[in-house]
Design a protein around this ligand. Structure first.
Ligand code: APR
Ligand code: PHB
Length: 390
């Protein structure tokens, strides 16, 4: 088999890259370790920056997103039983975010790919990258007991944090930056109406809580929990009671409880790999970086990486220029680090850290008071939340 671009991973990054390349006439094949419904079963955040919405529309998957996505003109920060609204639209000259689950983004991209007959090889075992620093880059894998190989011009490593691409790079050629947070998020999905029409990020002495949603009748809630917590030991009632304790009285009074249809714990990590290019191999999305979900940047960073990489590859095949390819890593990393900073700052401000002293707790409170008292501070927060320019 041969293609122009071999894409590893059928998550949002790989699928979006595949669509954008196809639209520009660049042939590509996706190799995915899991089966289709497994990929769709992952519950992931879905707060989309306008740049991400525009890119998905360009990729041909904007219809359902525009019809079913929820436009959000603001969100709230909770602190010490108070709530501060961040007026995204007013502070950013009209920019908003769209709430639309990542599962739906992935589904739309999968359907669009199948509709144009592009090749996605699911359940590809032992995917291995070969000669990506040489003249004959190719990918091999095993399926149904047979070994297969795909020759290509380029490999896009879109296989997530636990993928094979980044770990195929010689240790001396890559530098990694990481912070693992000493807590996790216990998340619950329930078919109940949200307690508020906008998201609430609440910092509380008992720990962080987030009120989010998937639609007007499906809510997504999180509470900060110890890293070693076991979801099975949290009954629904225990979760609802703890969530209410961490919200301001008005929000707490509007929490509608119901049976959880999903309950899981996610760890929080900040991570960046540098650089993002190794010969014919490029990293994009979670393969390149991880952000704590407090800033809702994970999917949006995957989108900006894919924007830069697709433009670079299209330029290579179209104008026969490699300026974009040569500049991809630096350009993507510039935006990645700014989003890492925002996600780290939101996480640091809103969570309880075990060995935090009284001064550090006062610093968190001062962050909130400064935001409460300064349009300039809220504008800075808002321009990061709606997304810095691609
Ligand atoms: N071979 C083939 N596919 C693989 C391999 C491998 N060795 N390892 C992982 N994969 C697949 C995974 O099964 C997954 O479907 O790569 C895909 C990576 O998808 P994601 O982890 O969703 O990463 P990405 O596409 O970059 O999307 C980032 O997902 O994790 C969230 O918060 C993150 O919203 C962000 C988004
Ligand atoms: C979610 O709805 O799952 C969600 C929303 C915003 C975040 C994180 C998660 O910052």
């Amino acid at each position: 088999m041969r293609t122009q671009v071999a894409i590893i991973g059928a998550g949002p990054a790989g699928l979006l890259l595949g669509q954008l390349l196809h639209k520009a006439g660049v042939d590509n094949v996706i190799l995915e370790r899991k089966y289709r419904d497994y990929v769709l079963s992952r519950i992931r955040a879905g707060v989309l920056e306008q740049g991400t919405v525009d890119l998905l529309t360009k990729a041909g998957v904007g219809a359902r997103l525009c019809a079913e996505g929820l436009s959000h003109e603001g969100f709230a920060l909770g602190f010490a039983n108070r709530r501060l609204r961040i007026d995204l639209k007013g502070l950013t000259g009209g920019k908003i975010v769209t709430v639309y689950g990542q599962t739906e983004v992935t589904r739309d991209l999968m359907d669009a790919r199948a509709a144009v007959g592009l090749t996605t090889i699911y359940e590809a075992d032992d995917v291995t990258l070969h000669d990506f620093d040489g003249v004959n880059p190719r990918v091999s894998w095993r399926k149904d007991g047979a070994s297969r190989e795909l020759a290509c011009d380029f490999i896009a490593g879109c296989d997530g944090f636990h993928g094979v691409s980044r770990t195929s790079i010689p240790a001396g050629a890559i530098e990694m930056f990481e912070r693992v947070y000493p807590f996790g998020w216990l998340g619950v999905l329930a078919d109940v109406p949200p307690c508020s029409h906008e998201l609430i990020y609440a910092g509380h002495d008992r720990g962080f809580a987030l009120c989010s949603m998937r639609s007007a009748i499906r809510s997504r809630y999180y509470i900060q929990c110890p890293l070693d917590a076991n979801p099975a030991t949290w009954s629904d009632q225990m979760f609802w009671d703890e969530l209410r304790r961490r919200l301001d009285p008005e929000a707490a009074s509007h929490v509608v409880t119901g049976p959880s249809i999903e309950k899981s714990i996610a760890p929080l990590r900040s991570f960046v790999a540098e650089p993002l290019r190794f010969g014919k191999l490029f990293l994009a999305g979670d393969a390149a970086h991880i952000v704590p979900p407090t800033g809702a940047k994970g999917l949006n960073l995957a989108a900006s990486d894919v924007h830069y990489l697709s433009e670079a590859l299209i330029e290579h095949y179209g104008e026969k220029s490699d300026a974009g390819i040569d500049g991809y890593s630096a350009k993507a990393l510039d935006r990645i680090w700014k989003s890492e900073r925002f996600s780290w700052a939101m996480t640091s401000m809103l969570h309880r850290f075990d060995r935090q002293n009284s001064f550090e707790r006062r610093m968190q409170e001062a962050e909130f008071l400064y935001l409460e008292g300064s349009i300039a501070a809220r504008t800075g927060l808002a321009e990061n939340y709606v997304g810095l320019p691609f």
